[in-house]
Design a protein around this ligand. Structure first.
Ligand SMILES: Cc1cc2nc3c(=O)[nH]c(=O)nc-3n(C[C@H](O)[C@H](O)[C@H](O)COP(=O)(O)OP(=O)(O)OC[C@H]3O[C@@H](n4cnc5c(N)ncnc54)[C@H](O)[C@@H]3O)c2cc1C
Length: 530
């Protein structure tokens, strides 16, 4: 099979990271963006709180760096933190120039939200739908210039790698046919893998496709044990997830038990504004101690007009589900939210395979360390999207010709039974055994459960391809979940988002030691090279 499809730069994913990279690359070459979703999708469209950037006279980039390092619990790559945080103000300016309607407090000052772990209000926002506004604005821009080809409903299946160079990519089209593309540079911007968990703060398929493709191609993945659980997702069984932004706590919302008792003061001096790992663990502990299926988040003591003005979207969405946050507390539970780990990249977003880059949540840059500071993720998406574009311009992006490959047959896994059941099984394993509090016994049972699943699924070899998006996603998330569990079992300490009962303390010997894993390694290894 010889391909007619070519792209100088092919970007997989249309969230904040992929679209930023596309817009920057379009200034020097033609670009193709593919997205397996149609319309604003990915985690970006769900982001509520905003993007962190120091701008008050009393605040500074140094203090933002300090807060990022404190949340990251000794595992941040300091060079990455300084590099990325220092670019925050320019990122906000760039987004504003693209047309993102950030709210202003006065003519020359953004309205700033306060979120957990930040010393100052510094979260620039568009009410409580910042991600939606960023997504819409960048999509409008991407659809405008003639140089960008934007293909929605196209799923990347696998990378084509020759001699450690990425030379192309296999894509599944909306009509389920296989299209190999010859490429100059490929950018993985596919988001994280929170869909591995039964309860997540969003319901789009964050199945870790970019991580799985990179892993199969021979790249290392880093710090996969650090999965962030957001403390406050609305508890509303049977309904799509609804995250209750950290900004609510920034505006004074308090956590309490159904008997009225405020409990955060027993766990943390910073109480409701402690970093997410500590708040989520406190809630988890109280739920287990009291046998509760949720706790309560209460902002009803604030004036109703203030709540409605600051959180118009959340107010409406809660009301639709029968909760009036101006009058009553909201039932909340922690839920899987963000993958701190990802594809190991250098400071230019370059993976270990030439011409293959990773940006945004897919990449592990070392910014977040063992725990992401609130609202640093959109920032990382914009900065890494821009940096990778600059690197591609320097390194080059000429698409070659793919070697002819024999026709491949479409592998259908319909004989494997219902895909929903497989997803449910994996998500239950991850939720029950690789959650907020871990133990060796549970991690071992998770590894065994995932291994059984892996062995049941027929191998996709060079003569075949998967012709179903759902099965391809499932295989991807399964393989990334397996590496996440192996990484969690390997780390013999508790740090940031990774808490294990056998080793409840942080081990200072492991400061700055990242967990690196490859498909052909028996077990992960520590490395100090972020
Ligand atoms: C509910 C919620 C609220 C949040 N709030 C905030 C916040 O206030 N501030 C903040 O900084 N962060 C926040 N985050 C985190 C932040 O939104 C994400 O980390 C960030 O948006 C990720 O952007 P991304 O571009 O890396 O990936 P995503 O936005 O997840 O986009 C991934 C893209 O890749 C595509 N894709 C995936 N796999 C394939 C494939 N195989 N082939 C083709 N396309 C593919 C998807 O279709 C999608 O277009 C929040 C996250 C959630 C879930």
């Amino acid at each position: 099979m010889v391909t007619d499809h070519r792209a100088s730069v092919l970007i997989v994913g249309a969230g904040a990271a992929g679209l930023t990279c596309a817009l920057q690359c379009a200034e020097f070459t033609d670009v193709t963006v593919i997205s397996k979703g149609v319309g604003p999708d990915g985690a970006t469209a769900y982001a509520q709180g905003g993007i962190a950037a120091a701008s008050l006279p009393s605040d500074s980039i140094d203090q933002h760096i300090e807060d990022t390092l404190k949340a990251g619990a000794g595992l941040n790559d300091i060079e990455a933190v300084i590099r990325i945080i220092s670019q925050a103000p320019q990122c906000v300016t760039w987004l504003s120039q693209q047309g993102v309607p950030f709210v202003k407090a006065k003519e020359d000052q953004w309205a700033l939200g306060l979120e957990g772990g930040h010393q100052h209000p510094r979260v620039v926002h568009v009410a409580d739908r910042t991600g939606w506004a960023i997504s819409q604005t960048l999509r409008d821009q991407v659809n405008a210039p003639p140089k960008i080809q934007f293909l929605e409903g196209y799923m990347a299946l696998d990378l084509i790698v020759q001699d450690q160079r990425c030379v192309g990519i296999d894509i599944l089209t909306p009509d389920h046919t296989l299209q190999p593309w010859a490429t100059g540079a490929v950018v993985l911007a596919t988001g994280g893998f929170s869909a591995a968990y039964l309860h997540a703060t969003h319901d789009h398929k964050a199945s870790g496709d970019g991580l799985a493709m990179a892993l199969r191609a021979g790249c290392a993945l880093m710090d996969l044990e650090f999965n962030q659980f957001h403390p406050t997702c609305l508890y509303c069984p049977g309904q799509p997830p609804l995250l209750l932004s950290e900004a609510l706590r920034g505006e004074g919302a308090r956590l309490r038990l159904p008997n009225g008792e405020y409990f955060m003061k027993q766990f943390d001096a910073d109480q409701e504004l402690a970093p997410r790992d500590r708040v989520a663990r406190a809630i988890d502990s109280e739920m287990k101690r009291c046998g509760l299926n949720h706790v309560l988040l209460d902002i009803s003591h604030q004036p109703a007009e203030k709540i409605q003005a600051r959180f118009p979207h959340l107010y409406k969405r809660c009301l639709e589900r029968g909760f009036d946050m101006t009058q009553e507390p909201l039932p909340v539970v922690p839920a899987a939210h963000y993958s701190c780990g990802g594809v190991h990249v250098d400071s230019n977003g370059q993976t270990e395979i030439f011409n293959l880059y990773a940006v945004g949540e897919t990449a592990c840059t070392g910014l977040h360390g063992a725990n992401r500071l609130a609202s640093n993720s959109l920032l990382e998406c914009i900065v890494t999207g821009m940096e990778v574009a600059r690197q591609i311009q320097v390194v080059g992006f000429e698409a070659g010709t793919l070697e002819a490959v024999p026709q491949r047959f479409a592998l259908s896994l319909s004989s494997m039974g219902s895909i929903e059941q497989h997803w449910h099984k994996l998500q239950s394993i991850m939720w029950n055994s690789v959650g907020i509090v871990r133990s060796d016994a549970r991690l071992i049972s998770a590894m065994e459960g995932i291994q059984v699943e892996l062995e049941r699924i027929p191998a996709v070899d060079k003569s075949s391809y998967l012709n179903s998006i759902e099965w391809a996603e499932y295989l991807n998330v399964l393989s990334v979940a397996a590496e996440s569990v192996r990484s969690a079992y390997f780390r013999r300490e508790s740090r940031g988002l990774h808490y294990t009962v056998e080793c409840p303390q942080l081990n200072p010997m492991l400061n700055g030691q990242h967990t690196l894993i490859r498909q052909d390694w028996d077990q992960p290894r520590y490395t100090d090279k972020a």
